[in-house]
Design a protein around this ligand. Structure first.
Ligand SMILES: Cc1ncc(COP(=O)(O)O)c(C=O)c1O
Length: 456
């Protein structure tokens, strides 16, 4: 009988013991600049925000960074995560392609986000921090940090983008179940929030605003630090356990991916699955295609500019060189709330700028259609963010069908959509519409990018 394996499971003792750091293999990046002086930031500039170990990871060029034993202990609760062969989806599509997906929805909070939340909570606890502040878009990151905070006895305060706070009340309930406090952003608790509300009392919020609020609250108290759920190098680093496990599991399956796909909000789950493959491309000259997928309504990699910009609306964060739509970009209220960010991981941006990865955007209706096709074949309901990767994987499989090619497709199913059923209900009720970001709005917000003279 031919091999009909569906799940490739690594035993716990084969879980990676270190994260893979792409900075060891990626050509050097532009320095991060201080928002006040415009000069490159040093580790001490970041100390009000992050614990020392996290800062060292942010600037490290070591290829492998050990995962501390207490973090691995917690990872074992759900890791190694399964790799599935999507045999029923392949059949439904009638494609000769072989489709695999790495499923991160098995984590306690339902996505890849705890891979970094647990690590960040651990390093903060070790540094004597008592409280963490953060932002959350769809609520996946907030739930993950709330979960991690509960394990390490840290108080967690979360600023949740208002449109998601309203769309997903059960995400807030989950954060509270883990013992965190969740506030709709913009809020009246911070001067950044109050400034936005003064201009627009009905503001739906954005990740850029929520970050400003969380940063403002963190820098006010000695015992408080800030945790970011994506974008930064250390977050991408923590997510690389996904791709490292996937590599071992693809080996078990006896297959090699021709294309590796991930959705991209701030870039961390894409980095997680793609960076180990990108590192191999860079070191060994392999040619695995790497495809980042984003919403047409927030087209950072496909229509943004590679330039210095702030990570937040109030310009409290350092300036990074990245693909950006402009820090005051106000994305439409699409349902993939975790992909509504104006910027992109500087490492993912650098890879895109150098032509080492591809990027593509999709409208939300075609993503929901793909998610429903996937759910009806494979049983798992994807998070709206992850549905972008599903759409791309299905399109690649349909291309293979048209071209009669049996390529191997691997994608990261970054989370389940069990808290997103209102979005599915709206989709079935014909209430969702495609949202395109107008050229004129984009040109306006790009025209307001900070003028930075780049260090030589
Ligand atoms: C399920 C899921 N996938 C993807 C993302 C996008 O974030 P990132 O690009 O950092 O992986 C999010 C963000 O909230 C998410 O919740």
């Amino acid at each position: 009988m031919s091999d009909q394996t569906v799940k490739y499971l690594l035993p716990e003792d084969r879980m990676p013991k270190s994260w893979y750091n792409i900075a060891a293999d990626l050509p050097p990046m532009a320095p991060v600049l201080h928002p006040a002086t415009g000069q490159p930031v040093g580790p001490s500039d970041l100390e009000p925000l992050f614990p020392r170990e996290v800062i060292l990871q942010e600037v490290s060029t070591e290829r492998e960074i050990e995962i501390p034993e207490p973090v691995r202990d917690i990872y074992r609760q759900w890791r190694p995560a399964p790799l599935f062969r999507a045999r029923r989806l392949e059949k439904a599509l009638g494609t000769p392609a072989r489709i695999y997906y790495k499923y991160e929805g098995v984590s306690p909070s339902g996505s890849h986000k705890p891979n970094s939340a647990v690590a960040q909570a651990f390093y903060n606890k070790e540094a004597g921090v008592k409280r963490l502040t953060t932002e959350t878009g769809a609520g996946q990151w907030g739930c993950s940090l709330a979960f991690a905070g509960s394990l390490f006895g840290l108080e967690v305060n979360i600023y949740m983008v208002k449109v998601s706070y309203q769309q997903k009340p059960y995400r807030r309930a989950l954060m509270e179940t883990y013992g965190a406090r969740c506030v709709a952003s913009p809020s009246v608790e911070t001067s950044a929030g109050r400034a936005v509300l003064e201009k627009d009392p009905d503001s739906r919020g954005s990740l850029g605003i929520a970050i400003s609020e969380a940063v403002e609250m963190a820098v006010q108290r000695e015992d408080t630090k800030y945790a970011l759920g994506s974008v930064l190098n250390h977050v991408c680093l923590h997510q690389t356990i996904i791709g490292q496990e996937a590599m071992a599991q693809m080996e078990m399956a006896g297959d090699e991916p021709d294309v590796v796909i991930g959705c991209a909000g701030g870039g961390s789950n894409f980095a997680g699955i793609a960076f180990p493959y990108l590192g191999r491309n860079l070191r060994e000259g392999t040619k695995t295609r790497l495809l980042a997928v984003e919403p047409a309504a927030c087209p950072t990699l496909t229509r943004g500019r590679f330039a210095y910009d702030y990570g937040d609306l109030a310009h409290l964060t350092p300036l990074s060189k990245m693909y950006t739509l402009g820090a005051d970009f106000m994305p439409p209220g699409l349902h993939a709330g975790g992909l509504r960010y104006h910027g992109m991981s500087p490492q993912v941006s650098q890879a895109r700028h150098l032509g080492l990865i591809e990027a593509r955007s999709y409208q939300q209706l075609e993503c929901f259609e793909a998610a429903v096709t996937f759910a009806r074949a494979e049983g798992i309901v994807p998070a709206p963010e992850s549905s972008h990767a599903v759409r791309a994987a299905i399109d690649e499989a349909l291309r293979c069908k048209a071209e009669g090619k049996a390529e191997v497709i691997l994608f990261n199913l970054s989370g389940h959509g069990h808290f997103d059923m209102q979005a599915y209900t709206d989709f079935f009720g014909g209430k969702l519409e495609d949202l395109t970001y107008e050229d004129s709005l984009l040109a306006d917000s790009l025209a307001r990018l900070p003028q930075v003279s780049e260090p030589a």
